[in-house]
Ligand binder design. Structure first.
Ligand SMILES: [Zn+2]
Length: 135
C-alpha cells in the first residue's frame, strides 16, 4: 500500500500544477505561476507557458486587488458550502490577468461591472479557499 503524499493542503484535487496554489491559500496568499522564460503570469495553472512554451515557472504572489469584469449568479444545483444564489465572478486582477472566483456573501443585486474587489481568505470546511469581496 502506498503512503499518502503530503501535498501540503486539503483541497479536493491535487496535481503538480495546482498544489502550489492551494498551499498558498493555506498561508492566505493568492499565487499565480510566473513563467521563468518570459515572465508571463498564469492564473489558471498549466504545465507550459502559452507564450514561449517554457516548462519552467516560479510562484508569484498576487495583491488580491481586482475589478469586476463579469459575473453569473449561481442558483442550481446546490453546491456544498455555498449559499444559493451566489455570484461567480471573472475579475480583472491588478496584475493584468483575469481570474474566476466565488463571491458568496455578497448580494448579487449590489454588483456593478468595474467595481473594485479584494480577495478574502476563508475556510470551507477543512479546505483553505478564497473569494472576492467588494473593496
Ligand atoms: Zn513564457
Amino acid at each position: 500500500m502506498n503512503a499518502p503524499v503530503d501535498k501540503g493542503h486539503n483541497a479536493p484535487c491535487s496535481n503538480r500544477d495546482f498544489d502550489f496554489f492551494y498551499r498558498g491559500l493555506e498561508r492566505e496568499e493568492l499565487l499565480a505561476q510566473k513563467c521563468d522564460g518570459c515572465g508571463t503570469l498564469r492564473t489558471l495553472p498549466t504545465p507550459a507557458c502559452g507564450h514561449c512554451h517554457s516548462l519552467n515557472w516560479s510562484e508569484a504572489k498576487l495583491s488580491g486587488d481586482a475589478a469586476l469584469f463579469s459575473y453569473v449568479v449561481h442558483h442550481h444545483p446546490p453546491l456544498p458550502g455555498f449559499p444559493a444564489p451566489h455570484p461567480i465572478v471573472v475579475a480583472d486582477l491588478a496584475e493584468g490577468e483575469r481570474m474566476v472566483g466565488a463571491m458568496d456573501g455578497t448580494d448579487p443585486a449590489s454588483l456593478r461591472i468595474g467595481m473594485p474587489l479584494k480577495v478574502e481568505f476563508l475556510r470551507r470546511g477543512d479546505v483553505a479557499a478564497f473569494r472576492f469581496r467588494p473593496a
